[in-house]
Design a protein around this ligand. Structure first.
Ligand SMILES: NC(=O)c1ccc[n+]([C@@H]2O[C@H](COP(=O)([O-])OP(=O)(O)OC[C@H]3O[C@@H](n4cnc5c(N)ncnc54)[C@H](OP(=O)(O)O)[C@@H]3O)[C@@H](O)[C@H]2O)c1
Length: 323
């Protein structure tokens, strides 16, 4: 077993592996095909064997499919896994149709999540967004009540503003902020990251590869059926110019003997002791590469090259992350 570094989420929060396993892509999210279930379960098992205990899901990932998959995988290994669940997004026929953060809905959602996961307590429970339809205090207050009831252990939040984070933390201590963060998406550095640091909130950073842009395998134009075509970042001139930036990452990866994805994960990992990369891995073959990325360091010159090439705003066009 590899001894993966542990980090504490929040000031009095849990210790979890500094690399998280994102399980979202183990289910059909936008109505596409469902990946091989047995390989997904084998990946979760191998992640646990490797010391990765942080498993991330949402009750809307595959309309409950993702939670049932994780429930099956951890059936005899509950004590080894730390389960993080998001709620609030409503999908119908593979398409998002709205959000629901009413306290009565949250109390309903969690019962179904616990049943699908086959567990009695969710380790980290978090609204997937805060859309203003329900006051922050009411959403967080509802989760705080569920912590008292024993259905939840720790409070998390996802994709929220600095003001919302402060408000949430004033109602109940926030252990973790789940947020999209990569070399290509750095806008949170100006205010949200400093707020999280000031409040002592752990950062669970997803989309480290920026929808595959930083994997170094993308070519312009994308195939007509690639889902990334929906985002301006991957369209026309934007994609051509963005891939020129990625060439710098590719060259550095080659010189250092790693893959561009490994450097993209390593860069996120190096941004702070309280920041953990949360990476989608639906096959076992991804694990050794991504675990090895956690040991990569950069010289000051290399860091400077990356930070200059991928300065905030350098990547053109957004994805769903533009806030
Ligand atoms: N809070 C939110 O709003 C939110 C939004 C999106 C996602 N999330 C969570 O964050 C997790 C990660 O986010 P993400 O999936 O958007 O981004 P990601 O981790 O950057 O994954 C994108 C793609 O990278 C691939 N990949 C992983 N390791 C690789 C490697 N070594 N080389 C090449 N490709 C590699 C994955 O492929 P395979 O799947 O084929 O292994 C995946 O399709 C999700 O699983 C989910 O749990 C949260």
């Amino acid at each position: 077993m590899k001894n993966i570094t542990k980090i504490q989420l929040g000031q009095n929060g849990p210790f979890v592996s500094k690399l998280g396993l994102g399980c979202m892509r183990m289910s059909s999210i936008w109505g596409g095909p469902t990946p091989d279930k047995s390989e997904s379960i084998a990946t979760i098992h191998e992640a646990l064997d490797s010391g990765i205990n942080f498993l991330n899901t949402g009750d809307f990932y595959g309309a409950g499919h993702n939670e049932m998959l994780i429930g099956k995988a951890i059936k005899d290994r509950r004590d080894e896994a730390f389960i993080s669940v998001k709620f609030g997004a409503i999908f119908y026929n593979g398409q998002p149709i709205g959000m629901d953060f009413r306290p009565v809905a949250i109390k309903n959602f969690i019962n179904y999540s616990l049943m699908r996961l086959g567990i009695e307590t969710i380790d980290l429970y978090q609204p997937c967004r805060m859309d203003g339809s329900v006051p922050v205090e009411d959403i967080i207050g509802t989760i705080a009540d569920m912590i008292k009831e024993g259905k939840v252990r720790y409070l998390g939040v996802s994709e929220i503003t600095p003001d919302q984070l402060r408000k949430a933390n004033s109602v109940y201590p926030v252990s973790a902020l789940e947020i999209g963060y990569s070399l290509a998406d750095r806008q949170i550095e100006s205010d949200l990251l400093p707020t999280a640091k000031e409040l002592g909130v752990g950062v669970v950073a997803f989309a480290n590869t920026a929808e595959g842009l930083l994997s170094g395998t993308m070519k312009a134009p994308l195939a007509a059926d690639d889902y990334q075509n929906h985002f301006p970042r991957f369209q026309g001139d934007n994609l051509t110019k963005n891939l020129e930036k990625v060439e710098v990452l590719k060259q550095m990866a080659e010189e250092k003997g790693y893959s561009p994805t490994q450097l993209a994960i390593a860069w996120v990992n190096q941004q702070g002791d309280h920041i953990m990369p949360l990476v989608s891995m639906s096959r076992r073959s991804r694990l050794p590469e991504n675990i090895a990325a956690m040991d990569i360091t950069f010289t000051p010159e290399e860091m400077n090259t990356l930070n200059t090439t991928f300065a905030s705003g350098a990547i053109l066009g957004g994805t769903y992350l533009q806030r």
